[in-house]
Design a protein around this ligand. Structure first.
Ligand code: GAR
Length: 204
């Protein structure tokens, strides 16, 4: 069954666009109900407008506490009927207990490295600087931990031929785009259960 999605993005929005394009091409059985961003200047906003997707801007400075901000995001998710929350370059950590509880095992994030290697905001540069020959993409559930929720999907990327952090990021990004649409699509046909650290896909 088509899964109703909310995308959270802070910047460029290329993963958001890749998912929207995959939906358009019939490769991903999902409907994007809303784009939520904390950044009023995010290029992702124009991508949403071009695709006729509603945009909600939720700025950090408008809220005293992070919990209040995440409560506002939760209200938007519920108002738009989102069943799956897709973080696509959303550069704030979701902290709201109510939000994390309401969407338990239904918030996913993409990270441009093979976790648990290279967590954080500069994963591609960290992998390049370290000199690893293989890095990749991780898609994981979001919980109270930082970049450490149960892993749903990983794909390795050979970066041995990359000559800079930028080349590394570009090579990984291509794989992000195909991988994220595949994982979003998987939610239209099933869900994930979690035991300890291990997520298992269950077909509905
Ligand atoms: C992507 O490479 C994503 O994996 C990364 O930010 C980029 C967003 O690009 N996320 C993180 O590093 C999260 N720790 P996009 O806005 O073009 O999708």
């Amino acid at each position: 069954m088509t899964v109703q999605v909310a995308v959270l993005a802070s910047g460029r929005g290329s993963n958001f666009k890749a998912i929207a394009d995959a939906i358009g091409a019939g490769r991903c059985d999902a409907e994007i109900k809303v784009l939520i961003t904390n950044n009023p200047d995010a290029p992702a906003i124009q991508i949403a407008r071009d695709g006729g997707i509603p945009v909600e801007i939720v700025e950090r400075k408008k809220f005293k506490a992070r919990d209040d901000m995440d409560d506002a995001i939760l209200a938007i998710l519920q108002r738009h009927g989102a069943k799956l929350v897709v973080l696509a370059g959303y550069m704030l950590i979701l902290k709201g207990k109510k939000l994390l509880g309401a969407y338990r095992n239904r918030i996913i994030n993409i990270h441009p490295a093979l976790l648990p290697a290279f967590p954080g905001a500069t994963a591609q540069k960290d992998a390049f600087d370290y000199g690893v020959k293989v890095s990749g993409v991780t898609i994981h559930l979001v919980d109270e931990t930082l970049d450490a929720g149960p892993i749903l999907y990983q794909e390795a990327v050979d970066i041995s031929d990359c000559r800079s952090a930028e080349e590394t990021a570009a090579k990984i990004l291509k794989v992000e785009h195909s991988a994220y649409a595949k994982v979003v699509d998987s939610f239209s046909k099933g869900h994930y259960t979690v035991e300890g650290r291990r997520a298992t896909y269950v077909r509905d």
